[in-house]
Ligand binder design. Structure first.
Ligand code: GDD
Ligand code: MN
Length: 392
């Protein structure tokens, strides 16, 4: 470099004045983002197939791996060492298909962005056509579609096909009715479309496409290309029944316009269920086991807390789920935090009651103060992020 570039001073490529041998190559035109969790046995085949269809055009592939125990990220880094088109973004202490896709897209600078599953179920041969359409037509997003005329869902059993159809129908709240496959995890968009939606994305669960449609400023102009959904190459699906809950959370987040943290909503729903568990256990313990009220109340409180902890762990904090001994430690901190929350509840309720606002108002204030306390403390303590991922 010749001279220092002062802050605020304009600079050009010439300012860098690099020796010819170091002249930088232009960046990729197309970034293909692949979310992965335990896809080690599919990675090489996917890179080979994509290389075959995209050839020597300027493309790159970004794997966003959530610290897969099978070592997917190590394999991707090994490939990246051999081929600079391959990149690895490893996230620690995080889970989530949508957020992985979003962060992968934001990690690249390419003007065109594609998202494709890592298990070879999507037809990578559509990629050149998708790019062509975005470049030549007035289209914001091209969606690979199983339900557009000519598309197929492959060898799905009747149950899976039914669930997928129901989910598609529910998504009408978020996406235009004419989109045949709103659940598709396979699409390509222009960079400016992503950037205009980026700050409003909910990034919850796995409905990245519905999230994009719902978060974009204007109405997205889309095209669908039919393809046949293939069977998984290796490994197994990561989507389970809890993904339905994530979807529900995405809807709440979109409907409340981010005003209430959606995690807090989930925490309160779980808390309300905990009240039912409390009454059921109280009845059981006092009536059937003949315990005294106070013994029953103590046991019911502990049961409800344990129930709340376990359910929050799989639903509310699914992306930071505690397992093994961490589960036990988490349970301990949860019970402690909520016990203090109980006192906060009593204190607040008493204060309002003393101001003669009536018992209902006093009770409600107590419950709300307790809930906010429990939520805040357990978020920071029980489900705090692991060391490597703080601040993320
Ligand atoms: N980084 C990351 N984090 N990747 C994930 C996660 C996660 O928490 N969960 C799943 N993935 C990756 C998988 O490794 C795979 O590459 C891709 O996301 C899709 O996951 P699958 O587990 O194969 O999902 P599927 O085949 O059951 O679901 C597909 O069809 C749905 C429609 O029925 C996906 O394409 C969904 O996006 C789609 O909505
Ligand atoms: Mn799959």
């Amino acid at each position: 470099m010749n001279a220092e570039v002062q802050p605020g001073e304009p600079w050009t490529a010439a300012t860098l004045d690099l020796p010819t041998a170091q002249t930088p190559r232009p960046g990729a035109e197309l970034s293909i983002v692949v979310p992965t969790f335990n896809e080690r046995d599919n990675v090489v085949e996917l890179v080979l197939r994509i290389s075959r269809v995209l050839g020597s055009s300027p493309w790159e592939i970004v794997f966003v791996d959530d610290d897969s125990p099978d070592g997917t990220a190590d394999l991707v880094r090994a490939l990246a060492g051999k081929n600079s088109r391959v990149r690895c973004l490893q996230r620690i202490g995080r889970r989530g298909l949508s957020s992985a896709c979003i962060e992968g897209m934001l990690s690249s600078s390419a003007p065109y962005l594609a998202v494709i599953d890592g298990d070879l179920q999507h037809d990578e041969q559509l990629l050149p056509r998708m790019l062509e359409i975005l470049k030549t037509e007035e289209v914001d997003i091209v969606v690979g579609s199983r339900y557009a005329p000519g598309g197929e869902i492959g060898d799905w059993d009747a149950k899976r096909a039914r669930i997928s159809r129901i989910a598609s129908r529910l998504s009408r709240v978020l996406v235009p009715a004419e989109l045949c496959d709103p659940m598709s995890g396979f699409f390509m968009i222009r960079r400016d479309v992503l950037q205009s939606a980026a700050h409003d994305l909910s990034a919850i669960g796995f409905k990245i496409l519905a999230d994009l449609f719902a978060s974009s400023k204007g109405r997205l102009r889309f095209r669908e290309l039919p393809y046949r959904f293939r069977n998984r190459h290796a490994g197994e699906s990561k989507l389970d029944s809890v993904t339905a809950w994530d979807y529900f959370m995405l809807l709440i987040d979109k409907m409340t316009g981010h005003w209430v943290p959606v995690r807090f909503v989930a925490f309160c729903i779980v808390g309300a269920l905990g009240v039912a568990v409390h009454f059921a256990s109280l009845t059981l313990i006092t009536r059937l086991l003949g315990a005294s009220f106070i013994e029953g109340q103590a046991a019911a409180t502990l049961s409800a807390m344990t129930f709340n902890f376990a359910l929050n762990n799989v639903l509310t904090y699914r992306d930071r789920q505690l397992r093994g001994w961490r589960w036990l430690r988490g349970w301990g901190t949860f019970v402690l935090a909520c016990s203090v929350g109980g006192f906060a509840n009593l204190g607040a309720a008493k204060a309002v009651y003393d101001m003669h606002h009536g018992w209902a108002m006093a009770a409600l204030t107590g419950v709300l103060v307790g809930a906010v306390w429990n939520y805040a403390v357990t978020t920071l303590w029980t489900w705090r992020r692991p060391r490597g991922a703080r601040g993320a």
